[in-house]
Design a binder for this molecule. Structure first.
Ligand SMILES: Cc1cc2nc3c(=O)[nH]c(=O)nc-3n(C[C@H](O)[C@H](O)[C@H](O)COP(=O)(O)OP(=O)(O)OC[C@H]3O[C@@H](n4cnc5c(N)ncnc54)[C@H](O)[C@@H]3O)c2cc1C
Length: 217
């Protein structure tokens, strides 16, 4: 898989223990499908997997939205500064928007699981995708990540964006979910709760498209 020399150009705190890292690629052309992830190799050589939060029409740089955990990756993040040389390997992953089958899209994201959803939704809007979009988001605490993107879109009626406990949001939308394509992203406990909640509402989970970030850091 291709490997790209890149530079961290900005590290922005989006919420307590959540950072957005912007990585620029110099002259190399990096391309990806919205929803994909990369292997991010820190200057000291260790690597962690992070999903691209920005849309693919921005080709010179990508944004990653990362919860700073207590493990080695989290430690490497706290030592990372703007200007650091890093290596990006990838892209990988198949958390991809299905072909337009006319079905509305319902995204469910927990915490930094909003990263691939942001990339996909921004890309759909840029491509004038005609499907309706609903984002059901469970924030950590009350920190709605990327509210500055989603709030104006929801106000304009371009998308629906609801936040709160995922079980409440699923119950509220239970009549709409069976007719939609459902895409779910987040850490393991969130994915498990989504599956349990869908089943409690007698909604079939067979065709659900999901991306798990693994154990909660
Ligand atoms: C497909 C995918 C996409 C992800 N996207 C995001 C995202 O967009 N935002 C986000 O906040 N988190 C994301 N994660 C989670 C992220 O990769 C880390 O697992 C998380 O940040 C915890 O890392 P840590 O270093 O703090 O914890 P650690 O405790 O150091 O790591 C967690 C566990 O994973 C193991 N591990 C993780 N990565 C590696 C690796 N590359 N090599 C060897 N061992 C490894 C560690 O040994 C440990 O057992 C994603 C995970 C996956 C699988």
């Amino acid at each position: 898989m291709p490997s790209y020399a890149a530079t961290v150009t900005e590290i922005e705190e989006l919420a307590p223990s959540v950072v957005q890292i912007t990585v620029a690629f110099g002259d190399e052309t990096f391309s990806f499908e919205p929803g994909q992830w990369v292997n991010f190799r820190f200057p000291d050589g260790i690597s962690r997997v992070y999903t691209i939060a920005s849309a693919p029409h921005r080709t010179q740089a990508v944004q990653l939205c990362v919860r700073v955990g207590s493990g080695r990756g989290g430690k490497a993040l706290t030592q990372l500064d703007a200007g650091a040389p890093v290596t990006i390997e990838g892209p990988y992953g198949d958390f991809l928007l299905p072909e337009n089958d006319g079905r509305p899209l319902i995204f469910m994201a927990g915490d930094t699981g909003i990263a691939p959803v942001r990339s996909i939704v921004l890309s759909m809007l840029a491509n004038h995708d005609p499907r309706s979009v609903c984002v059901l988001y469970e924030p950590d605490q009350r920190n709605i990540l990327y509210a500055a993107d989603f709030d104006p879109l929801a106000r304009d009626g371009a998308i629906r964006h609801e936040s709160g406990k995922i079980e409440t949001l699923i119950a509220r939308n239970r009549k709409l979910i069976p007719a939609a394509t459902v895409m779910v992203a987040g850490f393991d406990p969130f994915i498990d709760r989504v599956v349990d909640s869908l089943r409690e509402n007698a909604i079939d989970t067979t065709n659900m498209i999901s991306e798990t970030f693994g154990v909660m850091p």
